[in-house]
Design a protein around this ligand. Sequence first.
Ligand SMILES: *Cc1c(COP(=O)(O)O)cnc(C)c1O
Length: 425
Amino acid sequence: MQINDYLGEELEHIKKAGLWRQMEVAEDLPSAARIVIEGRQMINLCSNNYLGLAGHPEVKKAACQAIERWGASATASSLMAGHTELHRRLEEKISEFKKTQGALTFSSGYLANLGIISALVGPGDVVFSDRLNHASIVDGIILSRAILKRYRHNDVGHLEKLLREESKKGKGENKNKDKKMREDDKERGGAGSKNKCKDKNNNIRLIVTDTVFSMDGDIAPLPEIVSLAREYDCLLMVDEAHATGVLGPGGRGGVEHFGLEGQVAIQMGTLSKALGAQGGYVTGSKQLIDYLINKSRPFIYTTSLTPSMAEAALKALQIIDKDSSFRNKLWQNVNYFRDAIVEAGFDTGPSQTQIIPIIIGQPDKAIEFSRLVYQEDIFARAIRPPTVPKDKARIRVSLTAGHTQADLEKVVQVFAKTGRKLRLV
Ligand SMILES: *Cc1c(COP(=O)(O)O)cnc(C)c1O
């Protein structure tokens, strides 16, 4: 078979379904709120630079100084020579910020999820995962070969039902089914079996949820999930990617937002959104960190985080600690924009945060909406299946502290006009 025949056929299917994806070239990113494409400067509604820290003078200076001192690359994996003083200082800062015993950095948030989940659970173990969790969580579970039980989005009743069913299961059922896989797994040095939170068959049970969901912008009911994890003796892991720097009185994330410090065993997040740098982290007990250093393949077998990004993230955390003005401005923008866009007749779904979906429905209509607002210098991308459910194609707006009141007023006005044109409002 000719590779291009095969690929061409697949690509035709994608095009026919209206799901063709392509990248736009950003010619400049002058601020969190601006992007230049095809020579035109536009209002950017697609950035995760929520606090604008990627362009903060102190963050940029920290990154530049780190490059001057350490060079452009870590040049080795963490367990070889890639774990620098900068990594150590950042990890200390993360655990202080999150009020935990230790932290570990990964080259990206995606790799953090892959690395945490695949190290903690293995064949025969069960992971209870919110249906709308980020793809990197899903991929981590697939890599682990644990059993995936998806519960309906933010539905603690459904989660409890699945937990109850699982705890009633016949003795050894999962274990026997996956014995062979478990043996294979030992050979490749995967998840061991010396862990707490196991059922009577020695299988580990893990509940995992985003705290802020990346496509709907709603917040997980964490207090209820924490109670269920305790009641059913499960490990609990949260993904704070969109919540770090944003939620909670100190910007420490969803766990702080709900006052649940000390009650979530595994917290991960990214350095690449509100922190304006790049990389991922996990934070928790000293044992968790030691375990991952020894067991997590996406940590072990890759070059460590670029030193300049460690330094940039450290500076961003220091800024977040001493200056809440960026976070306050972000929330002011969120509250204004959500009210105004709902007032204009749009459906923003369950959004409670800086991620505000404008639900449109059919993929082609979402694309058309995006194209029309583009003509008015607003960059807002359509999100289509399989990233979101079939009839829930949308424009995904993410706001930053860098957007001005005038920006938001223009967006509301152009969206309202476009919505009327496409008969959405
Ligand atoms: C973006 C994101 C990640 C991945 O983080 P990167 O640092 O961009 O790889 C993980 N989880 C969630 C919920 C995310 O939104």
